[in-house]
Design a protein around this ligand. Structure first.
Ligand SMILES: *[C@@H]1O[C@H](CO)[C@@H](O)[C@H](O)[C@H]1NC(C)=O
Ligand SMILES: *[C@@H]1O[C@H](CO)[C@@H](O)[C@H](O)[C@H]1NC(C)=O
Length: 199
């Protein structure tokens, strides 16, 4: 009689705990991002260049989530160079499940040279309830390092080699040693830098 009672009590409890545990350990939050891809003019190295960017931003918007989160990115392509873009002609939703990754990586366009301007950082913070494997930094800054080409790269989509770049940029700026750079220098003091290199 007692064992019968115990059995009927513990089994549902164990089942409920299993559901709660699997929810805590497997599923993170779900995030939705909208990316609008279109041409925009940029002035760098004293020359104006039209290039494909996401949300008028070079580098593109940062995706900042936690490990085990799921990200849905709706991509709306409004670029007139759409024929070179993998997702041309329609809107695509990308589902990214960040189950194992932790740290800073990048997203970029699929077609070869469009990734020169269509890219950005994905910052994957430790899963909720866990911490970095080092003391919590006081500040946190993402630095995206990229190559700048004066030349329009889109017509070179089928070229085997990319021409040598004219400058490197950090967060879209070639820096004050280059001509026509902005007259303010980007300065910061951080304990945690997140460099993303585009080569
Ligand atoms: C991109 O721009 C669209 C349209 O303005 C906006 O709805 C969306 O929130 C922006 N996405 C990001 C990631 O900033
Ligand atoms: C794509 O998204 C735009 C909004 O950016 C919308 O106006 C258009 O109807 C969508 N096209 C399709 C084929 O879903």
């Amino acid at each position: 009689m007692n064992s019968q009672k115990n059995y009927s009590f513990t089994k549902p409890l164990g089942f409920i705990m299993l559901i709660v545990l699997s929810f805590l350990t497997v599923h993170g939050d779900v995030h939705h991002y909208d990316f609008v891809v279109k041409q925009k003019n940029y002035i760098r190295l004293c020359e104006t260049k039209s290039m494909l960017v996401v949300n008028d931003s070079f580098p593109g918007p940062e995706i900042r989530v936690h490990k085990r989160d799921t990200v849905y990115v709706n991509v709306h392509n409004q670029g007139y160079y759409g024929f070179t873009i993998h997702w041309h002609g329609t809107n695509f939703t990308y589902e990214v499940i960040l189950s194992e990754e932790e740290g800073t990586v990048w997203w970029h366009a699929h077609s070869d040279w469009t990734r020169a301007s269509v890219h950005g950082a994905i910052v994957i913070l430790p899963a909720i309830g866990t911490t970095f494997p080092f003391p919590q930094p006081d500040e946190d800054e993402t630095i995206v390092v990229a190559s700048w080409h004066k030349e329009e790269l889109t017509p070179l989509i089928d070229a085997a080699d990319l021409p040598a770049s004219d400058a490197y940029t950090m967060n879209g700026q070639p820096g004050d040693l280059c001509p026509c750079s902005s007259d303010t220098t980007y300065l910061w003091k951080v304990d945690l830098a997140r460099p993303i290199c585009f080569v």
